[in-house]
Every structure is written in C-alpha cells, then in structure tokens.
Ligand binder design. Structure first.
Ligand code: PBG
Length: 334
C-alpha cells in the first residue's frame, strides 16, 4: 500500500524527545515565575494552610528562608501577603510603617540582597499585595460606607497611603488587587509625590469574583462577610476584562494581570494581544488546591498536571505567572 498521498506528517516533529524539545513553542523558565508568600504576625513557627497542602503562613524567620530559597532557585519574583495580629474596620495595619507586610517586605529585600551577593545573579523582584482585605475586620478589600457598601473613593485614599508605606519598606512593585475604579492612577500619583518614581505598579486589572479564592481565605485568616461582586468582575464578562486592562494601562500600570488564570485564559489571550506592557496571570489558591486534592487521591499525575496547567497559562499569553508551585517547578526544570 502506498502512502505517497500523505504529504504532511505532523507526527514527525513529535517522534522523539529531542525533536519535541526543539520545536516547543513555549517553555517554562524560573525567571517567569512569581511565588506568593504569606507572613503572619505573632507566630513562632510556620502554620500549615490545610486547604493548600505544602503552603504555610510564615514567621519572619521562615519568610527570610523562603525568599532566599526563591532567590537561589532563580525565580523572577515573590508576591507578599501580610496577616496582621489585629484587624479593624479601616485596615490600619496595612499602612503602619511597622505593619506585618512592611516588615515582610524589608526582610524579603534583605534576603534577596544576601543571595545576590552570594550568587552574583539577580534575585527575585519583591512585590506586595496592595489591598485591604487581609487587614479589615469585615474582610472586604476597601473601607465601608455607613450602610456597609465598599466606598470606592475613600478606599483609594487608603491604597495610596498603603502603597507609599510598601515602597518605603522596599517593595520593588506594588500590586493593587482591590478592583477599585481609579486605583492605578491614584497610587501612581502618590508614589511619585513621595519620590518613588522608580516603584512599579502591577495592576490586577481583570480580577474576577471567584470561588477559586476559597483557600486564600484560610491562608490569610479572613472571614469575609458578604461577597465581592460589587467590585470584582462577573465571570460572564470577557470584553469587560479587556476594558479594565485598557483603563489600567491608561492610568500608568507597568504590568497588567488577569486573575484567576485557568478559567480566564480567553481574557488572558485578549489582554496579551492588546497590551504593550508585560502581562501576568495568577494561578490562584483554588486552582492549586484542585490539582493537589486530585493528585493526593491518585486521580491525576501531579507533576504532569502542574506543568500542563502553568504551560497553558503561558501559551495563552502570560509573560509572568504567579503560582504557588513556582519553587517546585523551578526545581523540576532546572
Ligand atoms: C486580595 C487578593 C486575593 C487574592 C490575591 N489578592 C483575595 C481576594 O481578592 O478575594 C487571592 C489569591 C489566591 O486565591 O490565591 N488581597
């Protein structure tokens, strides 16, 4: 039997591992990965996060070690979240100069500097979450009006002060994640006024109200009352995500982000196609928990699933991926 009629045989490029490696359109690299880390005030040993197996709330000492490990692994960045000992209605600890997140930022910067001296290679960029939900007793991302609505413009004033406190503590990047209108512009103004023209803004531009943030609530000990749907986006809307990214670009965002990643790969592709600045995607706590849970049951191959999930995010257009597996992936691909 003749097969001469078959001109195109795509399988040729899949036939061997070396051929597949050569023709891979996308690759994971440690420098593209950002590791989210939690630092908690007032604990003397790290606290495991049950719904995120392998992740912990760090003490200041173990945060230093984790950032150093991220630096040695060649990660592109760390994203810090703080868990204060005391919360109040306006999230005062978010802007306190000695607040847990500010202290964590300073510790991370010092750890990065140490490893850079030791290795002679650039360490991870130190990023901080610029949002109030870890700091408010009601768990919302902003301050409330007397009737309990999240007050956009009053919240912007808090974000501005918080971003400057983070910059003063040494953050390379502040990351407004509260989905308040105008947040990037107000933060840019405040940073510039305070002399921090060199601090970048990674805007959580298209951030959707998602059940996949569930495990994050445990990670930051947050008991949210109510929901976030008056400020975070509706899962039904793709075009609106592109508009949010456009607005943040116009307001001066240095990088834009889509979050969660896995359920919004179309939005990610759309943002990547229109953005001239780097595009990030956040593979969130619930995405992590799902794969961990299925793998723990023996239902899926953990390593292959992790790698496929992150590669899919890169293929959809992310330059930078925030993932709780960043360190492990870096070890696998080293
Ligand atoms: C807001 C913030 C959240 C996450 C990152 N920044 C929580 C939220 O908006 O509800 C979620 C990250 C994750 O689930 O991994 N501070």
């Amino acid at each position: 039997m003749t097969t001469a009629g078959i001109v195109y045989r795509p399988r040729r490029l899949r036939a061997t591992a070396r051929m597949r490696r050569l023709v891979a359109e996308n690759r994971l690299h440690a420098a593209d990965l950002v590791l989210p880390l939690f630092v908690k005030e007032g604990i003397t040993a790290p606290v495991p996060i049950t719904s995120m197996p392998g992740q912990v709330q760090h003490t200041e000492a173990t945060l230093r070690d984790a950032v150093a490990a991220a630096a040695r692994a060649g990660l592109g960045g760390v994203m810090l979240f703080g868990i204060p000992a005391v919360r109040d209605a306006v999230g005062s600890q978010a802007e306190a100069p000695d607040g847990v997140l500010q202290r964590g930022i300073a510790i991370a910067r010092a750890a990065v500097a140490d490893v850079e001296r030791e290795t002679g290679r650039p360490g991870p960029v130190v990023m901080a979450d610029t949002c109030l939900d870890e700091f408010t007793d009601h768990g919302h991302c902003g301050v409330l009006t007397p009737t309990g609505e999240v007050d956009n413009d009053a919240t912007l004033e808090r974000y501005a002060v918080m971003a400057v406190a983070q910059a003063r503590a040494g953050a390379d990047v502040v990351s407004p994640s509260g989905m308040m209108d105008g947040q990037v512009a107000v933060i840019r103004d405040a940073l510039d006024d305070a002399g921090f023209t060199g601090v970048s803004i990674l805007a959580y531009s298209a951030k959707y109200a998602s059940p996949f943030y569930g495990p994050f609530r445990e990670a930051v000990d947050s008991a949210l009352q109510g929901d976030r749907r008056t400020y975070q986006m509706d899962a039904a809307n793709g075009r609106e995500g592109l508009r949010e990214a456009d607005l943040d670009l116009a307001e001066g965002a240095d990088m834009v982000m889509v979050k969660p990643a896995g359920s919004y790969l179309d939005v990610l592709r759309g943002v990547a196609d229109r953005s001239d600045v780097p595009v990030a995607a956040y593979q969130v706590s619930g995405e992590y928990a799902m794969i961990e849970a299925a793998a723990a049951n023996g239902w899926i191959d953990r390593k292959a699933s992790v790698l496929e999930s992150v590669l899919g995010i890169k293929r959809a257009g992310a330059d930078v991926v925030l993932t709780y597996w960043a360190l492990e992936i870096a070890e696998w691909i080293a």
